[in-house]
Design a protein around this ligand. Structure first.
Ligand code: FAD
Length: 505
């Protein structure tokens, strides 16, 4: 067995992606790698990214962070899912909640029983059978259930201030030996023979050399895109939105334990409750709306006073053709852009790092196989998430609105077309290739977006018709009762963080 050579890792960029990479690599490779992070305060970060999915727990647990300290330091709140308003048509609402909807019986999936119950006229709204949805309807939350204080059955994630999280991760990484270099990257030096990156040239004639590089330079993609010339795969024909306006506003009295996503004439608007403010943003397609129109619409529809002017951010949905080229992996915005509709970007940073840690061998002299797998798995992961996001746009009944009419007739990737066709038949879903979103997520969004299956699986005919109504009613009642026993989300966050939230503005 050969003794592994020490790794000399250089992370370019210190936004959420850069500091997440630094913290994780310091935690898991710290004893056999030197890690240097280069960032420029003068350039700054993109400064958005406040909502997450439950996989964020892997980061918190993996790093061994204390939940209370995390909540305090990042002004975090809890998130049970996303409420989609006006997406199917104006006035329509549904919730894509995390976690399970209903409960199957033996081999019979819950959705099939619900579909049969619907046919029999005894089923309520699909969300009635989700504990998470019941809690969102009452603005309730706790990390424990019942009097015994068992860990909650609610599936949850967080909303937080991403720049505060980056600060927390920076402290963590620096305490574990990561060296931070302040400076502007002016040139990327490559080895004349292999083409690998050899060093970053910084301002004031400085150089940071390394054996492995992680590009976290944001939209600029200075290493993978610029220096290594990896082309960008443009998804505008699938996801046409290309601009976002972000503005914070004052916090509200009630603290919703969920993200809100409101459809707008040329896109959608987010509302994300944090402890100290509400994050707002308007994502839209510039072909159908000007920045001025989008800004007016955003300011007219935020709750409370704006705490600044809306800041435009331009983007193109898509990703670099390879996520790993030569001795460089890109993470975060340097790897690509997935619009924030399902809050997946921070997760993609985490999953990219997880994949890298699993594939990185002790000897960096030949990484061909690792690179091939990394690129293949990353592309599949990105494509499956893209399909899920597209579904929200494609399946709409907002007839007569040019942007939404355009979305309804967009060309579909075959992977999405097949999923929609299968679901339309009998509410069936097949999870492929380790994709991120599970059956319950696809089911809620398909139904929420008006794709109602024509039939149900014959499996559901195994339950006597007269038993289905009482079964569904008992499940819905159990969800309501459990939710009613929870404290308010605001009271729970206040109890965890101290009394800072007792008297909101
Ligand atoms: P950045 O934050 O842009 O950081 C880039 C870093 O590179 C900075 O430190 C910068 O100083 C450095 N840098 C760049 N050039 C140089 C140079 N020449 N020299 C030295 N340093 C340099 N994600 C979610 O998970 N949930 C959300 O709700 C969410 N909402 C979003 C909303 C919008 C509108 C957008 C645009 C993104 C959203 N995201 C969301 C994505 C999320 O913001 C990013 O994935 C995350 O912030 C990571 O950004 P980053 O670190 O890759 O890039």
């Amino acid at each position: 067995m050969t003794h592994p050579t020490p790794l000399d890792i250089v992370i370019a960029g210190g936004g959420t992606a850069g500091w997440t990479a630094a913290a994780i690599l310091a935690r898991f490779l710290g004893n056999r790698a030197t890690i240097t992070l280069v960032e420029s305060d003068a350039i700054g970060t993109v400064g958005v990214g406040e909502a997450t999915i439950p996989q964020i727990h892997n980061l918190i647990i993996g790093l061994g962070l204390d939940q209370t300290e995390f909540l305090r330091r990042t002004n975090a709140t809890f998130k049970l899912g996303i409420e989609f308003s006006d997406w199917l048509h104006p006035g329509h609402h549904y919730i894509h909640s995390f976690g399970q909807v209903g409960r199957g019986v033996g081999l019979i999936p819950f959705r099939q029983l619900w579909l049969r119950g619907r046919h029999l006229g005894v089923a309520g709204d699909y969300g009635d059978y989700s504990y998470n949805v019941a809690a969102t309807r009452l603005d309730r939350f706790s990390t424990t259930d019942g009097r015994e204080g068992k860990p909650t059955e609610l599936a949850y994630a967080y909303h937080f201030d991403a720049s505060l999280l980056a600060g927390m991760l920076r402290d963590y990484a620096e305490a574990r030996g990561v060296r931070r270099v302040e400076g502007r990257i002016e040139k990327v030096e490559r080895d004349g023979e292999s083409g690998d990156i050899r060093a970053l040239r910084l301002d004031h004639d400085r150089e940071v050399a390394g054996s492995f590089f992680i590009d976290c330079t944001g939209f600029r993609s200075l290493l993978l895109g610029d220096a290594l010339g990896v082309p960008f795969v443009d998804w505008r024909h699938y996801l046409p939105c290309d601009t976002a306006l972000a503005v914070p506003s004052e916090t509200r009295k009630e603290l919703r334990p969920y993200t809100q996503s409101m459809a707008r004439p040329a896109g959608w608007q987010w509302r994300i409750p944090l402890q100290h403010r509400t994050g707002n943003g308007h994502v839209f397609c510039s072909e159908f709306m000007s920045v001025d129109q989008a800004s007016t619409l955003l300011l007219d529809t935020i709750e409370g006073d704006a705490l600044g002017d809306p800041r435009p951010i331009r983007f193109i949905s898509g990703h670099r053709q390879q996520f790993w080229s030569h001795n460089c992996v890109a993470l975060g915005l340097a790897a690509g852009f997935m619009e924030p509709l399902e809050s997946t970007s921070i997760h993609l940073v985490q999953s990219g790092l997880g994949r890298l840690l699993n594939l990185l061998s002790g000897d960096l002299s030949d990484v061909t196989d690792a690179r091939t797998y990394f690129n293949r798995l990353s592309v599949v992961e990105w494509q499956r998430i893209r399909d899920f996001i597209m579904l929200h746009y494609v399946a709409n009944n907002r007839n007569g609105e040019p942007f939404w009419d355009h979305c309804r007739v967009m060309e579909l990737p075959s992977t999405l077309a097949e999923k929609m066709a299968l679901f339309r038949e009998a509410g069936t879903f097949v999870r492929e290739e380790d994709e991120l979103f599970l059956d319950d997520s696809w089911g809620q969004v398909m139904i929420g977006q008006g794709i109602m299956p024509r039939s149900w699986s014959p499996l559901a005919d195994n339950v006597p018709a007269q038993d289905i109504g009482p079964f569904l009613e008992a499940l819905a009642k159990a969800c309501r009762i459990k939710a009613e026993a929870l404290p308010s989300h605001r009271a729970f966050v206040a109890a965890m963080t101290g009394d800072a939230l007792e008297n909101p503005a």
